[in-house]
Design a protein around this ligand. Structure first.
Ligand SMILES: C[S@@+](CC[C@H](N)C(=O)[O-])C[C@H]1O[C@@H](n2cnc3c(N)ncnc32)[C@H](O)[C@@H]1O
Length: 341
């Protein structure tokens, strides 16, 4: 009972557990030298291949006791960003989500027409939207986020003045079916209690032939990083993304690895922005995937002490990931170029 309160009652209702996953060579030390793979390529064992990864995990992510993911809840995420939004652009982006990474990650989204209708889900302070409006007219872009504090920062940005700004939930989008040409979401899935539901929504709101581009974290393999990742939020494995996209009905699903330059391709600590996954909607209408009711009911009363405990522990675990990029940057400065770090 105490465990269920601590991890959220929804933990007990989820659909199956995560099958042991390979991680697909995600420490990446051998084959990531000299940068990341080109468009739509996933690299294995030294050679680059275009390949769709085999789905080997469950439909939704559960939170077993070893992976409490204290901030993978809507209310905790809301309060986390209540404070983080004050420093977000200055503290998080420089370490994890640089402009060149953003442009690299958006490239598979194929933003080739200024008239495209684009939704940026979990758009926050608009950092990714700034990359989108380089290619698409701002008046055609909607930024959606559940945090008014994050959105307030986006509103201040001159190039985003004409964007529509909407408060809402990624798992229940306030857009009609077959509405957008492109669905973009960067660095938000890790807070969604039910990522499969969010991806099903991405499918629904796209027009036939529209493309979803979801940028998100990847799971660490190094034990300490794994520990803090599991305490903080959801770091999906690469094959989980692929499975979620395929389950939702997407075709032509591809995953592109991304990461800060100074990591030299290292993935063992996981990455907050580690991959860009794309898929095309082949038919109009809703996703063929049927899901039950939402796993998290935000209107349900919570015990404030338990809530605070989860928020503090989750935020502390998140602080580890402020240090990792600094550590990697120092290593990059010290270790001679061309050598593994
Ligand atoms: C790491 S920030 C990313 C912001 C932005 N996309 C960027 O690239 O900088 C994650 C954002 O997801 C939002 N978020 C988390 N859960 C959400 C949900 N269920 N629905 C909508 N937004 C959500 C947070 O409020 C936060 O602004």
């Amino acid at each position: 009972m105490a465990i269920s309160m601590l991890y959220g009652a929804q933990n007990l209702k989820l659909i199956g557990g995560i099958a042991p996953a390979t991680g697909l060579g995600s420490d990446g030390t051998k084959f990531h030298f000299g940068g990341f793979s080109k468009k739509g390529l996933v690299s294995y064992g030294g050679s680059y291949k275009t390949r769709t990864l085999a789905p080997i995990c469950s439909v939704s992510s559960s939170r077993p006791a070893s992976q409490p993911r204290f901030i993978q809840h809507k209310q905790e995420a809301f309060w986390f960003y209540r404070f983080l939004s004050i420093v977000y652009d200055h503290v998080i982006n420089p370490g994890h989500w640089t402009e060149d990474m953003r442009d690299d990650a958006l490239e598979p989204a194929d933003l080739y027409d200024r008239n495209m209708v684009v939704v940026d889900v979990g758009g926050g302070t608009g950092f990714t939207t700034l990359g989108i409006v380089k290619h698409v007219d701002a008046k055609n872009v909607t930024i959606l986020d559940q945090s008014p504090h994050q959105l307030a920062k986006a509103k201040e940005k001159e190039p985003l003045k004409e964007c529509k700004i909407v408060e809402g939930d990624a798992e229940d989008l306030p857009f009609p079916t077959d509405y957008a040409d492109r669905y973009v979401s960067a660095g938000s899935i890790e807070y969604w209690p039910d990522p499969q539901r969010g991806i099903k929504e991405a499918y629904r709101v796209l027009k036939i032939g529209g493309k979803a581009c979801l940028i998100g974290p990847v799971y660490p393999t190094f034990w300490l990083s794994r520990f803090f990742a599991d305490v903080w939020m959801l770091f999906p494995k690469e094959e989980e993304y692929i499975e979620w996209f395929k389950n939702a009905g997407f075709k032509d699903v591809k995953l592109k690895r991304i990461g800060p330059k100074w990591y030299r391709g290292v993935r063992r600590h996981g990455l907050i922005m580690g991959c860009s996954v794309t898929g095309v909607k082949p038919l109009s209408g809703d996703s063929p995937l049927q899901l039950g009711p939402k796993v998290e009911d935000v209107r349900k009363p919570v015990n404030p002490l338990v809530f605070l405990f989860r928020l503090i522990l989750g935020a502390m675990a998140g602080a580890y990931y402020v240090l990792v990029p600094i550590y990697m940057w120092i290593k990059d400065q010290i270790v001679p170029k061309g050598r593994p770090i």
